[in-house]
Ligand binder design. Structure first.
Ligand SMILES: [Zn+2]
Length: 152
């Protein structure tokens, strides 16, 4: 039976220190900078944030430092039972949605990781000290939703 009120976005738990780390790094720099959201394997939980100091920033896009991040994901973080939960990056000029380029990038990531049902991709607007917790669900690549974040 179909339930019209079925929630479309899964509940995500986010540790408070993650939010502080984001605002203390991305939030203090001009757009576009970014970093990686990390959490325990197979849980809808964000427990840490890694600021991607070496990501490429231009006025149009943030491109993660793939080589370094892939290495960390396969070594240090894998040993700790930590996996990537998403990417957070900043946008200029109050542009608080994911761009077409962002959505293409996320679609590619989800298609490469068939295990994941969604990808968390918050946008930070440094000049407004604001974070919008976007997430993209598998198969709905052009319709990002706002994640249901519980801060603990
Ligand atoms: Zn973007």
């Amino acid at each position: 039976m179909k339930n019209k009120n079925k929630k479309i976005s899964p509940d995500i738990i986010c540790h408070r220190n993650v939010i502080s780390k984001i605002f203390n790094t991305i939030g203090t720099k001009p757009a576009e900078t970014g970093g990686i959201l990390l959490g325990p394997l197979n849980k809808n939980e964000i427990s840490d944030f890694y600021f991607d100091n070496d990501g490429q920033c231009s006025k149009a896009t943030y491109t993660p430092d793939y080589a370094k991040l892939t290495h960390l994901l396969k070594t240090e973080w894998a040993d700790e039972g930590i996996e990537m939960k998403g990417v957070v990056h900043s946008h200029p000029n109050r542009f608080d949605r994911l761009s077409g380029g962002d959505l293409t990038y996320i679609e590619r990531l989800l298609k490469c990781n068939p295990r994941d049902d969604f990808f968390i991709a918050p946008i930070v607007i440094p000049e407004e000290f604001r974070l919008i917790p976007w997430m993209v669900l598998r198969g709905q690549y052009n319709n990002p939703v706002i994640a249901d974040l519980t801060i603990i």
